[in-house]
Design a protein around this ligand. Structure first.
Ligand code: ADP
Ligand code: MG
Length: 697
């Protein structure tokens, strides 16, 4: 593959362009987390600049991930003036390792007052620099962490790097107990499957709601939805195939291992999955995937929607966060081997994950919450808001054996006969899939399926790393002190299996019976972002983050503020957009059509007094009464928004109001709006319909 990684200052390029000693020193920093030597930075900067300029770059930027959940950049050109009115291209070590963008306009959740505007970006040399193409320009992007003047993390990357450190430390303690003396680092690995919608740009441009909020705020259900299951894995339309091809090329150039692509369940919905990598890089790459999807779609006359629920009534989008841990000597710690019942290290780690997910289910739930995901989690869609774990037959059986205190078998996958002699016999996996589980063991990794399609994957992975590190540390504390390791381990595993079996569930996670059963088991079921946010303020949460130095109190509290602030802002924008569309598009269309109907009735009556105009009259009556109700609901929404603006409560109070009053008023308005769409002449209806947006690609 000729172009793969051509826009990345990757290991091969560094090895080629850096003096041997510099290369070695930088590798040490990357691999062992040692501090970076400023002299090394100077040499790397110079090599990076030469490489970028040879490729045609004129600018560089620190590329960082503020708490908006997307990426930010501020470009500087390489030019520097000479005495003689000329310029030379310059890029210093200092510019590589540190930047100072004005931080005042990024969300900080109260960490920083606007007058304390300074913020710093610092090079994360564990994620390679790359060149980003925009139209005809090339910019050298340097992945960086972003913090405030007082040192608090104002970004998604810093806590992620910290969480990876603590996970490595605690996992190593456990490996040592199992006699491993060679592994020096454990990294969490992630493969993020990204779901998205594509719509034709000509429809998008006529939908203020899609433009401003990413989702349709009005829209009657089309006659056909996803009920025939004919889109899932269906053959790709030419236009979509061309888009995917281009997208892959762009991503490959950036070193993103784009691998799998297919049609998803809903019409107009698709998925891309890369090959997994180190969590930090996977998080950076997922940002590049989202960014590239949007750009490439535009080149093909389409718009990529990453919102969790662009269309009511059809499936929304999520991100499946496949998570595992591997050692620097290349072993996946969640690989069960052929006989997992004999693999005590594996079982201990699996038990740690199970205990962590059970103990900290609410924290995981918070990590996947945003206003968009509220339409999915807990709203009769995949997956439910209740966290449970699916282990599959083999591990479920082993887990049951653990509870009984003896381990003697691993169920094996069988051969499946297809009944056709020319087809090979299938080897059946020892684990089936369960698509409804929010947290499923899939052979050698866990798949966390709650993650929101538009969000950064950093947050969920910070929580995964942190909670698993915490339980590993609890296990290590206990086992390190044991006089008889084998016996202590047996007891630990039996105890964990017994205490946490409530979190295991292999049935249908979407059913109402499960909601009831989960309540009986005492599993939390948090249905909204607003309530989820409260979990962050608990002392136990703050202690956990502080114990592992992933975030301090101020940082955790700021995330609480930001979660609620973003929630309120998003609903507020949606409400204002609805009001605008109601006032300037829908009401005028309804008035036009009602006038047409009235004119028609009068004209026909005056032409022939006996003519039957009952159809027009029925339509007119229905239209006028729906319009009346629509206007009433619009006034209610307006009032709700006004009240929200005038409220002086805290963020939680605001969140509750937006959820319980503003959002409810929006739902009521939408029902009437969608009803009007079904009544009004298609030629007069001002908005592209669901049929057009979902089926005309
Ligand atoms: P499915 O749709 O069946 O879940 P995909 O192939 O679409 O499967 O996605 C599986 C994802 O899991 C891929 O991104 C893959 O690279 C990733 N993955 C595989 N092994 C690991 C691992 N050890 N750690 C993290 N992610 C992994
Ligand atoms: Mg998957």
């Amino acid at each position: 593959m000729k172009n793969f990684g051509e826009n990345v200052f990757n290991d091969a390029v560094m090895r080629e362009r850096l003096p041997k000693a510099t290369y070695k020193s930088l590798r040490k920093t990357i691999e062992q987390g040692l501090a970076l030597d400023p002299d090394v930075a100077e040499i790397v900067a110079s090599a990076m600049k030469d490489w970028a300029i040879e490729k045609g770059a004129t600018h560089f930027t620190h590329w960082f991930q503020p708490l908006t959940g997307i990426t930010a950049e501020k470009h500087d050109s390489f030019i520097s003036p000479t005495k003689h009115g000329l310029v030379f291209m310059d890029f210093s070590g200092k510019e590589l390792i540190q930047g100072e963008p004005d931080a005042s306009s990024f969300p900080s959740g109260g960490i920083r007052a606007t007058f304390e505007a300074r913020g710093y970006t610092a090079w994360d040399c564990t994620s390679p620099a790359f060149l980003k193409e925009d139209a005809n320009s090339l910019t050298l992007c340097i992945p960086t962490a972003f913090c405030s003047y007082t040192g608090e993390a104002l970004d998604k990357k810093t806590p992620l790097l910290r969480s990876m450190q603590t996970l490595s430390k605690q996992a190593l303690r456990l490996l040592r107990l199992f006699g491993n003396t060679t592994t020096t680092q454990v990294t969490s690995t992630v493969g993020a499957e990204q779901e998205y919608f594509l719509v034709d740009k000509k429809f998008f441009d006529r939908r203020m709601d899609l433009m401003l909020t990413g989702r349709t705020l009005f829209g009657a259900m089309p006659p056909k939805g996803q009920e025939l299951d004919d889109h899932y894995f269906g053959s790709l339309k030419t236009r979509v195939a061309a888009f995917m091809h281009d997208l892959n090329l762009d991503l490959w150039k950036l070193g993103v291992l784009a691998k799998t692509q297919h049609n998803e369940v809903a019409p107009g919905q698709f998925e891309l999955a890369p090959i997994f990598g180190t969590t930090n890089i996977a998080a950076d790459h997922n940002q590049l995937v989202m960014d590239s999807m949007k750009k490439v779609a535009l080149r093909h006359g389409m718009v990529c929607l990453l919102h969790e629920k662009p269309f009511a009534g059809v499936n929304g989008s999520g991100k499946h966060n496949n998570w595992s841990m591997s050692t620097d000597d290349g072993r996946n710690l969640l690989d069960p081997g052929n006989t997992p019942h004999e693999n005590l290290q594996f079982l201990t780690i699996i038990c740690a994950v199970i205990k962590a997910v059970d103990d900290y289910a609410e924290l995981l739930r918070v990590s996947a919450s945003n206003a968009g995901n509220d339409h999915r989690l807990g709203a009769n869609e995949a997956p439910p808001a209740i966290i449970s774990i699916f282990l599959g037959d083999q591990l479920t059986d082993i887990f049951a054996q653990l509870q009984n205190g003896g381990l003697n078998r691993s169920l094996q996958g069988e051969k499946l006969a297809s009944g056709v002699s020319t087809l090979p016999a299938f080897s059946k996996d020892s684990t089936d899939r369960n698509r409804t589980s929010p947290f499923a063991f899939t052979g050698n990794k866990f798949e966390f399926r709650m993650v929101a399609s538009s969000q950064s994957i950093s947050g969920p992975n910070v929580v995964l790393n942190l909670i698993i590190a915490e339980v590993l540390s609890q296990f290590a504390d206990r086992l390190e002190q044991a006089s008889d390791f084998d016996q202590a381990l047996q007891e630990l595993l039996r105890e964990t299996a017994t205490n946490h079996k409530r979190i295991l569930f292999d049935g249908n996670g979407y059913s109402t019976e499960w909601v009831e059963e989960a309540a009986r088991r005492g599993l939390p079921n948090i249905s909204s972002t607003v309530d989820a946010a409260l979990v962050l303020l608990r002392e136990s949460t703050i202690d956990l983050y502080e114990k592992h130095k992933v975030m301090n109190r101020t940082e955790v509290e700021s995330r609480y503020e930001i979660n609620l602030e973003q929630y309120c802002k998003q609903i507020n924008i949606e409400a204002l957009t609805m009001l605008d569309m109601a006032q300037h598009q829908i009401i005028p269309a309804a008035i036009k059509y009602s006038t047409q109907l009235a004119n028609s009735i009068n004209t026909i009556r005056s032409a022939s007094s006996g003519a039957d105009v009952s159809v027009q009259e029925d339509l007119l009556n229905n239209l006028c009464s729906t319009l009346h109700s629509f206007k009433g609901n619009s006034t209610n929404l307006e009032k709700a928004v006004r009240e929200a603006h005038a409220m002086t409560t805290d963020s939680y109070g605001h969140g509750v109001y937006y959820r319980d009053v503003v959002f409810k008023a929006m739902e009521a308005l939408r029902i009437d709006g969608d009803q009007l769409e079904t009544i009004i002449d298609a030629d007069l209806w001002p908005l592209p319909t669901y049929t057009q947006m979902l089926f005309m690609l």
